[in-house]
Design a protein. Structure first.
Length: 131
């Protein structure tokens, strides 16, 4: 599904304010664990593809994609993936921490309540658009 420029910007803003809130609360993520996860994910994908003849072209396509994204090596790609996994883990930990603090009533609609929490972070953020 295609996203508009505004939808993409809003998603980036929402992720950024959650990352910042996680950092403010001292929530951390281990680079070593994230790198290990990135390597395991990549290796499982490659192993699965190598087990099926029809997926060997996909293997070539993945390596081409990595190269076209500007990465000089698989290690560089995995390093960037690990950083993404770290951010996702921090956001997940933040969400757990926030939803654990909800009242019983809020917990009944935890997803909606968490989105309201993120809305409040966005509203209070100092966001400057530079064109």
């Amino acid at each position: 599904q295609y996203k508009t420029k505004e939808e993409i910007i809003q998603k980036i803003i929402r992720n950024t304010v959650q990352e910042q809130e996680a950092e403010r609360r001292g929530i951390e993520s281990s680079y070593e664990n994230a790198l290990e996860y990135a390597k395991e994910s990549y290796n499982l994908l490659i192993e699965d593809m190598n087990n099926r003849e029809e997926d060997k072209k996909m293997y070539e396509d993945i390596n081409k994609y990595i190269e076209e994204m500007g990465y000089s090596s698989i290690d560089e790609y995995l390093d960037e993936e690990a950083k993404v996994f770290m951010k996702l883990e921090m956001i997940t930990k933040l969400k757990s921490q926030v939803t654990e603090s909800f009242s019983e009533k809020q917990k009944q609609n935890a997803e909606e309540e968490y989105e309201k929490f993120v809305d409040s972070l966005v509203k209070s953020a100092k966001i400057e658009y530079l064109e």
